[in-house]
Design a protein around this ligand. Structure first.
Ligand code: ADP
Length: 174
């Protein structure tokens, strides 16, 4: 269904966007997307997923704490959690735009499927994609967990406060 210009404008004028994800943990790549999102939207709701299918390093509470710590001086960033279908959460909160980041072709394939599935279930919700910046294109929570576990430095990839918590949890010689 093609939307009229007015319908599209109404969606983006809501000025509220949700950035959902695992954030296990938050990386500089995520932060870059959030900051760029803030330049376009009035408020970014970073929402941590209770993933039933993923075994995570950090609990939802810990992941929320880490994001809040990083954005403690940023009133336009709200940190929340959600369970179940993302579109149900968006409906409950009256949010009509989902923000996602893209790094690789494999990200594209996954994101493409998710965006189309969400669109089919809820045509009024749009997914807004931002391409990673080149300095963050290789950064993922998975790679970082491995680097820290093996005693490497997370500098330039993860906030110091997050790296500290990772080191505590994963050990890692350093
Ligand atoms: P999920 O399990 O939902 O994919 P992630 O925490 O891995 O959660 O990622 C959340 C979103 O952030 C996804 O859209 C992902 O593609 C994006 N993202 C993750 N790392 C980066 C990065 N370095 N640059 C740009 N986008 C990123």
């Amino acid at each position: 269904m093609v939307k009229s210009k007015k319908q599209v404008r109404d969606i983006f004028c809501s000025k509220l966007v949700i950035y959902p994800g695992s954030f296990d943990p938050l990386t500089d790549g995520h932060i870059n997307i959030i900051r760029r999102g803030l330049a376009i939207f009035d408020k970014v709701v970073v929402s941590v997923a209770h993933n039933i299918s993923k075994r995570t390093l950090f609990s939802v509470r810990e992941r929320v704490e880490m994001i809040k710590e990083v954005f403690k001086n940023e009133s336009k960033v709200e940190v929340d959690t959600f369970e179940g279908l993302l579109i149900n959460y968006c409906r409950q909160r009256g949010i009509r735009v989902i923000l996602r980041g893209l790094r690789t072709v494999s990200d594209f394939e996954f994101e493409f499927q998710m965006a189309l599935a969400n669109k089919q279930m809820e045509p009024d919700i749009e997914t807004f994609f931002m391409m990673t910046e080149s300095s963050y294109s290789h950064i993922s929570s998975t790679i970082l967990r491995e680097i820290i576990q093996l005693g490497g430095s997370g500098k330039g990839m993860v906030p110091a406060s997050v790296e500290k918590r990772m080191r505590k949890k994963l050990g890692g010689v350093k």
